[in-house]
Design a protein around this ligand. Structure first.
Ligand code: NAI
Ligand code: MG
Length: 348
């Protein structure tokens, strides 16, 4: 049955447009001659748009984006420290606003050490896990404030919000992932110190675990998790954790598995009430922007996540296999961003 999807494409800033061009190239290649079609709308958002118009994300932008089935995003953000962007707050006003408004409560970040890719770890073993990071709560909700700013008596608060509803839904999603993978789930938190939120997370995991007897459940404090991610990453299958811990752990996860150029992610609304958004974990990399030096693989793997989310598992598998083949043959070559995209598209 022919399936047509509306895709919102947000190339963004810096290397964003370069890697998105390759991701779209691969999407076109994998859907060519199939029943899948993607009708794409480009949205100009990010630091560049802010400098031109003063807008970060208008209500109109948001309403238009909501009309799509999925979102592909490159990266947004200008040169860190650019004084013209001092008040833009792209991270909160654009990325977090999209994730919160579109109820992306699952931030899915798979980590795999692909054949042919060198890890900085001497003996990493089989690295293949996913981090299910809560996306709409925790310390990132903007619940806080500051008074007496700039004085010796400044007070700054950022309150972590954890709701029974919010924790349960992301924990349920994580158990579903564990059941479809190797049946291991690790809760990462800091229950010994963050006792109120920690207790809610722990009790929720225990309660949901009772409904999933085939899943082996484990718990680690976040500090210990950083040790095991380095000493024995093969022990992990599914990690479920809060917004802040997940943000930090997934950079470490990317580092042990070949770097930020390979790390893909999905900001997912599992019920499909809103479009989910797929993006490389990396930022706009102003240091290499416009030079065709960026690795588009993370953006291309994000397309595979997008296809899988939309139910096109065959196409997703084909993209994954093409990327794996390219990585295995890659060696220390210095191909341009477009050459990597061309090779992967040709493998399809
Ligand atoms: P970054 O991820 O842009 O860059 C960190 C380092 O990794 C740089 O040396 C960069 O050259 C390298 N790098 C990143 N992606 C690469 C790729 N695909 N291939 C090869 N090398 C790559 O992080 P940074 O420098 O902290 O932030 C730059 C801008 O990006 C800032 O404005 C920041 O706010 C924004 N940002 C946006 C994100 C998003 O859109 N989701 C996420 C993280 C940062
Ligand atoms: Mg991060």
């Amino acid at each position: 049955m022919p399936q047509s999807f509306k895709l919102a494409v947000i190339p963004g800033d810096g290397i964003g447009p370069e890697v998105v061009a390759e991701a779209v190239k691969v999407l076109d290649a994998v859907t060519e001659g199939t029943d899948l079609t993607f009708e794409k709308t480009h949205f100009s958002l990010g630091a560049g748009r802010f400098l031109e118009t003063g807008d970060v994300l208008t209500d109109g932008d948001l309403a238009a984006i909501e009309q799509h089935d999925a979102i592909l995003l490159g990266a947004v953000g200008g040169v860190p420290g650019d004084p013209r962007l001092a008040n833009a707050n792209i991270e909160r006003g654009l990325l977090l606003r999209l994730r919160f408004s579109l109820d992306h409560y699952v931030n899915l970040r798979p980590t795999r050490l692909f054949p042919g890719i060198a890890s900085p770890l001497a003996d990493p073993g089989e690295v293949d896990f996913v981090v299910v990071r809560e996306g709409t709560e925790g310390p990132y909700v903007g619940n806080g404030g500051a008074i007496r700013v700039g004085t010796p008596h400044e007070v700054a608060n950022e309150v972590s919000v954890n709701t029974a509803f919010g924790v349960e839904r992301v924990v349920r999603y994580a158990f579903g992932q564990a059941e479809s993978r190797r049946g291991r789930l690790t809760l990462v938190h800091k229950t010994n110190v963050l006792t109120f939120a920690g207790s809610l997370w722990k009790r929720t995991v225990d309660a949901v675990a009772a409904e999933h007897p085939s899943v082996v459940v484990d718990y680690l404090h976040v500090d210990a998790a950083t040790i095991f991610l380095v000493t024995n990453p093969a022990r992990f299958d599914v990690i479920v954790t809060d917004n802040l811990f997940g943000d930090i752990l997934t950079d470490l996860a990317a580092a042990i598995s070949g770097g930020i150029g390979l790390a893909a992610s999905g900001n997912i609304n599992p019920e499909g009430d809103f479009p989910s958004m797929f993006e490389p974990v990396h930022g706009s990399a102003p240091d290499i922007a416009g030079q065709q030096k960026a690795d588009p693989t993370a953006a291309i793997l994000s397309v595979a996540l997008l296809l899988r989310h939309l139910g096109a598992a065959d196409a997703a598998d084909r993209v994954d296999r093409a990327v794996i083949a390219d990585l295995a043959a890659r060696g220390p070559s210095h191909r341009t961003t477009a050459e990597i995209g061309d090779t992967i598209a040709a493998l399809l």
